[in-house]
Design a protein around this ligand. Structure first.
Ligand code: ADP
Ligand code: MG
Ligand code: MG
Length: 863
């Protein structure tokens, strides 16, 4: 019932249903939140009455009364949206306390009474009355300073009373209002504040980052309080039913004795590991283990829990499916399949494809060992290198300018979310594995180290020191989130070690997917990498980089500067053997798998020197007058190169270039055949706009190939096809398919030409297009399904109408994007092609696409 009750409310209800110890409470639904926003912050007419009845019910269960000084019932008022938004919205604890009630409780347990009252005033002033938090914090800090105390636990009952009273006065001073003494007034104000906290800036940012719709709204959970700060026999803690970083099947977490739960997550004191609970409260620890087991059986997934012990009795305050690292996600999924808790299919559907890319990324080379600057808790794994920045806003600005930064803080708070999103990695001096920094970093898949207590963060001087060393703002450090170690300077990296578990899961994925997965690879090295990651072919081999190499570019420039076809041919002859060797190596690596090679695509001016002194240098090398070179450079300049003399327009005007490339490809293929090996070259014409154009190029290509094959007396399987990257080509697909043997959707250019937006210039306005939801996603990352997707659909349908078994794939950036891959599956493409590192991501995403479609089909059949 998450949609109605919010995640927290639904799970509290479920835990109660399972018979677990949950403090009684009730939930005001997300529908009320929607009503609240649609009706000018008013509630539905019946709400008052319903809340009254619910409170009365709890009073009966608890045997205590809301507002009764002799036997008071206190509430926590908690937010809880459909999707978890940890710490982003507000909670008010200890609600129902006022001067009179507090004094009454203080007769028996003064320290607890005044500490709780201080907490209530603080939270109510902060959340409901919007008093500035720093100002509120000063009161406790002041008392501690006056008394020469460091820890909260050192304060006496009198100290807490003094703190509470001073805070009350300060709140009046800050807001011009008294803290309401009437518990019912407190309750209604807190409920309103929780609804309003749905729209705080940080909650809005969090939703944006996590793609949570703005109109979902939050529920409000009103729950009777249990007190982890009641006495020495009390504690509060948080935990995971399995290790969220490694996935190890072992209760994992931390707690604070004599504290309320907020203290644990806020990182105010560094909490104790849960193993210590075994020593202090051995029976509660066993109970917690049992509850973990029950929850995992019921939810069939790893859970993230909150609990409190009041006078030796355990209470469960929250459970939800736990966020985890990619490592943990893979291990947990596999362990649960082995433990027969979930099926292979469920395991496959559970791992976010995006997240597994990190496995294939390099890690630090620990042989090139450097001095460890400081150690902390390894909260989120991975290697990050960047400049030290202390201010989250500044981190965002620097990253926008192209820098890489590491955000260093004593601790992070939900307001820092922007800076965390921008940083390569996060380092904090305080907090535990479940602190805000740790939780958020893991969610974002960012390396993070917390609780590096040896480190002293000096915001004022914008530096931190550790082991007698001082690191200033903008200095580079390396952060190893897997080991929890920080190094000064930049550490070298080594290739990733992919765990066997992941290979096993990817093998399952391969059995489920229908889409082929190819890689975009331009060099033998990339091709090798792609095969190791499981690519079944090369979907896009770009040939232009081969000309950019220092040893080749002079010859290629000579070709461009040639005055006639003869001179051009002479220059091309110098390049041909080099190209042939490139292809030979790639074919060898790919061992008979399809290799789709795109003929020259970029405009020629990209190959010429642009700067004055480069032109001069080149002219000297080439033995040409400087003026001639400069003139040619000028001539080739285009107003709009993206739509200029490029792609197969070059092939039409300079047929010698494509002929040379085709010769290089086919001679290399023949050579491989002669070596007794298999080879599958596919020649791809870029930027085709129609059948006639394609036919001209195909005819010359065929002629060239025929000559070689006759000369070499070799039989070769090859294909000639085209990219579809113009709207016209998609619409003309039926015509083009008469001649082309395959299509590959070049969705980078197709997106540019369909939207009329140049990717390189979109930075100036795209952010606002996303902000105003004109686009849901960046169309250059995730396929614009309504527009570009429609063109692809048309292209596939029309193409296959002419040629039933036309091979169709995609080779733009989108080929590695899980959402786009799902679409490619649905429209019946044969394969997706993406960068080597994305190949594993694509394998999993393709399997998920197939499984989701099966589920969908079954659902249709059943209805
Ligand atoms: P968040 O969504 O930010 O986690 P919660 O609603 O879980 O906020 O509240 C924050 C903390 O307040 C909890 O972790 C828990 O420790 C404490 N808390 C909430 N409800 C109660 C309660 N009924 N009794 C005692 N402590 C509570
Ligand atoms: Mg919580
Ligand atoms: Mg293109």
């Amino acid at each position: 019932m998450k949609n109605l009750l919010g995640g927290k409310g639904a799970n509290l209800a479920q835990m109660a249903k399972l018979g677990l110890p949950v403090p009684p409470g009730f939930t005001i639904t997300t529908e009320v939140c929607a009503y609240f926003y649609q009706n000018n912050h008013r509630y539905p007419p019946d709400l008052k009455k319903e809340v009254k009845e619910a409170v009365a019910q709890i009073e009966e269960v608890k045997g205590a009364q809301f507002g009764n000084p002799e036997n008071p019932l206190l509430f926590s008022v908690r937010s809880g949206a459909r999707a978890s938004m940890p710490g982003m919205m507000n909670t008010v604890l200890n609600l129902g306390l006022n001067d009179e009630i507090t004094r009454k409780i203080a007769e028996k347990n003064p320290c607890f009474a005044w500490n709780s009252y201080w907490r209530f005033i603080f939270m109510f002033a902060d959340v409901v009355m919007a008093a500035p938090e720093e100002e509120l914090n000063e009161v406790l800090a002041g008392i501690k300073k006056e008394r020469g105390l460091k820890l909260d636990l050192e304060l006496s009952a009198e100290d807490w009373q003094e703190t509470a009273e001073r805070l009350k006065t300060k709140v009046k001073h800050l807001t011009g209002r008294e803290i309401p003494q009437d518990p019912w007034e407190q309750l209604w104000e807190a409920i309103g504040a929780v609804f309003k906290s749905w729209n705080t800036p940080r909650a809005i940012t969090y939703r944006k980052l996590n793609k949570i719709p703005d109109d979902w709204g939050t529920a409000v959970n009103v729950q009777s309080m249990v007190f982890g700060n009641f006495n020495q026999n009390s504690a509060s803690g948080v935990g995971f039913t399995r290790n969220p970083a490694s996935g190890e099947k072992k209760l994992y977490g931390e707690f604070l004795a004599q504290a309320q739960g907020e203290d644990v997550v806020a990182g105010i004191r560094t909490p104790q590991p849960i193993e210590k609970l075994k020593e202090i409260f051995p029976q509660r620890y066993q109970e917690l283990l049992k509850i973990s087991e029950i929850l995992e059986q019921d939810y069939r997934d790893m859970q993230d829990i909150e609990f409190t012990i009041e006078s030796g009795k355990l209470w469960m305050l929250q459970t939800r499916t736990g966020k985890r690292t990619a490592q943990a996600a893979v291990k947990i999924a596999l362990d649960m399949v082995r433990g027969e808790l979930i099926t292979k299919v469920e395991a496959l559907l559970r791992i976010p494809p995006e997240s597994i890319e990190s496995f294939f990324r390099p890690s630090f080379d620990h042989n090139s060992k450097k001095e460890i600057l400081v150690k902390g808790l390894p909260a989120s794994p991975g290697a990050a290198v960047g400049e030290v920045i202390f201010d989250p806003a500044e981190a965002g600005e620097l990253v926008d300018k192209g820098h890489k930064v590491i955000l260093v803080r004593t601790e992070t708070s939900p307001d820092d979310i922007h800076g965390i999103a921008a940083a390569e990695g996060i380092l904090t001096s305080r907090g535990g594995m479940t602190s805000h920094a740790a939780l958020v970093s893991r969610g974002m898949g960012k390396p993070c180290i917390v609780g590096a207590e040896e480190m002293y963060v000096d915001y004022k001087n914008q530096q931190f020191s550790a082991q007698g060393k001082t690191i200033k703002k903008r200095e580079t450090i390396s952060l190893d989130g897997t080991r929890g170690e920080v190094y000064s300077g930049k550490l070298e990296t080594i290739p990733a070690q992919v765990p066997q578990d992941l290979h096993e899961i990817l093998n399952w994925a391969d059995k489920e997917r229908r889409l082929g997965v190819y890689a975009n690879a331009d060099t033998p090295k990339q091709a090798k990498q792609a095969r190791e990651f499981g690519a079944e072919g090369i979907g896009l081999c770009r040939t232009e980089h081969m000309f950019f190499e220092e040893s080749r570019i002079p010859a290629f420039r000579q070709m461009i500067l040639a005055r006639d076809a003869k001179e051009r041919k002479e220059a091309l002859e110098k390049i041909e053997p080099l190209q042939r060797d490139d292809f030979l190596e790639i074919f060898r690596v790919m061992e008979g798998l399809p290799v789709i090679i795109r003929l020259l695509d970029p405009p020629l001016h990209e190959f010429l020197p642009q700067k004055e002194n480069d032109i001069e240098k080149f002219a000297q090398q080439a033995g040409l007058p400087k003026e001639i070179v400069a003139q040619k450079v000028e001539q080739l300049k285009e107003l709009n190169p993206m739509l200029g003399h490029r792609g197969c327009r070059l092939g039409i005007t300079y047929p010698e270039i494509y002929e040379m490339q085709v010769r290089a490809i086919i001679t290399a293929a023949c050579q491989i055949k002669k070596e007794g090996k298999n080879v599958k070259p596919e020649i791809m014409i870029p930027l085709t706009l129609g059948e006639k154009e394609f036919l001209i190029l195909k005819t010359t290509t065929k002629k060239t190939i025929k000559e070689i094959l006759e000369r070499e007396k070799i039989n070769l399987d090859y294909k000639i096809g085209t990219m579809i990257e113009l709207p016209r080509a998609a619409l003309q697909a039926d015509e083009i398919a008469r001649e082309a043997e395959f299509f590959s959707f070049g969705t980078n250019d197709l997106t540019q030409t369909a939207l009329g937006i140049s990717r390189d210039d979109a930075g100036r306005f795209l952010p606002q297009y996303l902000e105003q939801k004109i686009f849901q996603e960046d169309p250059f990352r995730t396929l614009d399904i309504e527009g570009v997707g429609e063109l692809i659909k048309i292209g596939v349908e029309r193409g296959r109408k002419t040629k039933k078994d036309l091979e169709v794939g995609i080779c733009g950036e989108h080929g590695g994007d899980p959402q786009s891959i799902e679409f490619c599956h649905q429209v019946g493409l044969d394969y997706v092609s993406c960068s080597p590192f994305r190949v594993p991501v694509a394998r999993l995403a393709a399997a998920q696409a197939a499984l989701k479609q099966n589920e969908f089909n079954e659902a249709i059949r059943d209805s």
